[in-house]
Design a protein around this ligand. Sequence first.
Ligand code: COA
Length: 258
Amino acid sequence: MDRTGAGGVLGVESVGAVRLLTLNRPDKLNAMDTALVEALVAALRAADADTSVGAIVVTGSGRAFCAGADMSEFRDLPPEERHRVEHRSQLTASLQLLLPGLARPVIAATRGHVLGGGCALALACDLVVAAESSRFGYPEVRRGILAASVTPNLARQVGTKAAFELLATGRSIEPARALELGMVNRVVPDGTEVDVALSLAAELAALPAPALHATKRLFYRSLDADFEHAFALAQEAHASLRKADRAASEPSIAEERP
Ligand code: COA
């Protein structure tokens, strides 16, 4: 396995055609401060722009996936620096919007605490492989704060009753319940989650990229469209993939020359 380039608050490694991104603040349970979110956004964009990358895996180092936004970063922030809080919350929102907008599929490999913004990050990925130790939850309300940027996606993914219960009680749930709610795809023994995610990612990376990218794009566009519009989008996506296929299979002028 060729893994290169790990280091800093975010590990960035290439594993064949898969880009592995590792949140790397294990002493803080990978709590996301501004530097980490900025690095993650930049690394996701870079991976999606790299034609040698077919899929992306996001995980955390140490015993947790991510314990949410770094609370110490803003705890004693003077009122005149409120713009930093706003910048931070915009960053969180941009991460939520960025993940479904990437062409390449993104898989989260979780273990231990998957809380607040960390839970939102996992849920914004296209697929989630959860180790048995994973505990998912939104404890913000217990701390007197709002799980703001995570609410829209949670309600959309798990249904209103389950989403409200998670947000309003702040309780954590085990992987079996997360699987039942459709928050995760697989529950695996601890220590295997990254390898399972990498192997799923390699399987996706080996598929014809235009069809995979069109599938992801159509999937998220249809989610936000009304039923009738979703069919129009499907037809449009189908036609444009066929057109691209035909163009790729036609010999170029240079190839036609004797
Ligand atoms: N922001 C900043 N630092 C955090 C953090 C967060 N969200 N979550 C954990 N940490 C830090 C702790 O302060 C501690 O740092 P220290 O060793 O320098 O004191 C370190 O990570 C380990 O955490 P600790 O609390 O000692 O581990 P634990 O196993 O006893 O408890 C949790 C784990 C997740 C239950 C606990 O850390 C916690 O409740 N964290 C906050 C979770 C949260 O509310 N997230 C939503 C934020 S919006």
